[in-house]
Design a protein around this ligand. Structure first.
Ligand code: NAX
Length: 333
């Protein structure tokens, strides 16, 4: 039988984790025959709530869930882990400046980066979900120099799933019939959802999305803004932020990272820029189209970038530079 994988979820008492933990523990991410040990991190005041989540996980009677550990201690949560899903973050409160939010989160991810460096396996795969996700991932990466930079990522898969779903609806095909959609840049309203290279399976045939959609104004207008503002639209409607869809996207992200992408498609994830790809400045955690195989990502290179795309890709890079510089200043780096 397989060795158990140690998976840590932070923000484990929160609303995304409530959906995420069930999916992970029933085998959606690592397979139905892969035993799991879950370590759940949240802050001390949430330990009571977290205990309730643990009870529910126990009561799901899931065959692959070998052990659950709930803690407010980073060392306990990160020791020997194979995967870290960093969902917890300081939420934006009313009247809070963007700067204060960046600062609070820079501190959290500095601390968690250091703890990963000290206690996690050197092969640990890290996905940062808590916002500002790209910059939090960058801070954690910088504070964990003994772990390869390639092991740090941030979630933009929810944005990609949103984009796929918009195109599928527009073309009246199932979402499985939409491939090669890209999210470039920051997981924020400056992100660039790009369908110019996408493919739509229509009547059994691969068709360029631009042809299948046949509405250039939509692809360059409402499509982009709908995806950029989708998180806000969910909050306005639900009075709570995306949770079910966020959890599903985290599962998609990690599953593909571990098990690989399908031929003829790619996925989007925030990963480190080497400075030589698509003119994105070196060292940013920027969302690119990637293929995944053997647990490693490779940026899909050589896609054409027109002036429209270039401008959008640069705007989101500029925002990431500003976030990075502010966050690094806060942690005194
Ligand atoms: P919740 O507020 O429901 O849960 C967050 C949990 O994190 C809370 O239980 C809190 O106590 C905990 N927490 C705070 N600081 C912590 C720390 N230092 N260590 C461990 N736990 C800590 O938020 P939820 O709706 O679950 O969202 C979590 C994060 O995901 C937010 O930052 C949110 O902005 C972000 N999102 C990111 C998305 C993405 O695509 N990258 C999409 C969904 C989501 O909005």
């Amino acid at each position: 039988s397989k060795m158990a994988l140690r998976v840590c979820v932070t923000g484990a008492a929160g609303q995304i984790a409530y959906s995420l933990l069930y999916s992970v523990a029933k085998g959606d991410v690592f397979g139905k025959d892969q035993p799991i040990i879950l370590t759940l991190l949240d802050i001390a005041p949430m330990m009571g709530v977290l205990e309730g989540v643990v009870m529910e996980l126990q009561d799901c009677a899931l065959p692959i869930l070998q052990e659950i550990k709930a803690t407010a201690d980073e060392r306990e949560a990160f020791t020997d882990i194979d995967v870290a899903m960093l969902v917890g973050a300081m939420p934006r409160r009313e009247g809070m400046e963007r700067k204060d939010l960046l600062k609070a989160n820079a501190k959290i991810f500095q601390s968690q980066g250091k703890s990963l460096d000290q206690y996690a396996k050197k092969t640990v795969k890290v996905v940062v979900v808590g916002n500002p996700a790209n910059t939090n991932a960058l801070i954690a990466m910088k504070c964990a120099p003994s772990i390869p930079k390639e092991n740090f990522s941030c979630l933009t898969r929810l944005d990609q799933n949103r984009a796929k779903s918009q195109i599928a609806a527009k073309c009246s095909v199932p979402t499985s019939g939409v491939k090669k959609v890209t999210i470039w840049g920051n997981h924020s309203s400056t992100q660039f959802p790009d369908a110019m290279h996408a493919v739509v399976v229509k009547d059994g045939k691969d068709t360029k999305a631009t042809e299948a959609v046949n509405d250039d104004a939509w692809l360059k207008g409402d499509f982009i803004t709908t995806v950029q503002k989708r998180g806000a639209a969910v909050i306005a409607a639900r009075k709570l932020s995306s949770a079910m869809s966020a959890a599903k996207a985290i599962c998609d992200h990690v599953r593909d990272w571990v098990q690989g992408t399908t031929d003829g498609d790619w996925v989007s994830m925030g990963v480190i820029s080497d400075g030589n790809t698509y003119g994105v400045p070196e060292g940013l955690i920027y969302s690119f189209p990637v293929t995944l195989s053997g647990g490693k990502w490779t940026i899909v290179d050589g896609l054409s970038v027109d002036a429209f795309a270039r401008e959008k890709m640069d705007i989101t890079a500029k925002e990431l530079i500003e976030e990075r510089d502010a966050a690094l200043e806060f942690i005194g780096n």
